[in-house]
Design a protein around this ligand. Sequence first.
Ligand SMILES: [Ca+2]
Length: 157
Amino acid sequence: MAWRKLSTIFMACALVALAAGYGAGSSKTSLPTGVELATGGPLLEYFQATHPGQEAIVYSRADVNNDQGVDLVVIFRAGKENNAMLAVLGFPGSYQCTNEVPAPVSDQVIQFKDIDDKPPLEFIVQGRKGTNYGYAIYRVEGTNLEDLFGEGMKDCC
Ligand SMILES: [Ca+2]
């Protein structure tokens, strides 16, 4: 009986380790393009189809317009020296891009956070340009991406 219990605990630990390893792997943003396409799914494919030649740098999935369907926030290369961000909204059978806003040049992080305790979900974007750090909070209203609050974004975008 003791052996059986021990082996059950061992199995559980192995599963947790496996899950942790998988989680760490899937959160990486510097995967090869083929894998990125696979993890970004049809929302990323829609972005790439509507923005040819504009490379997606960082993206993250969440429901940002509170319609229970998954959406994709994408930071992408808009020009040689500047990046932009938009959200691809997933609707039943179709997709739509929000307006674009300026995004940091490097070290971009997208973090979803319900700031005001009511839907839709807000998200925080941070990053830098050289040594200048900035961040801003965004929310999708309808199909409009709105900048709620920010600091230092002019110097890092
Ligand atoms: Ca949604």
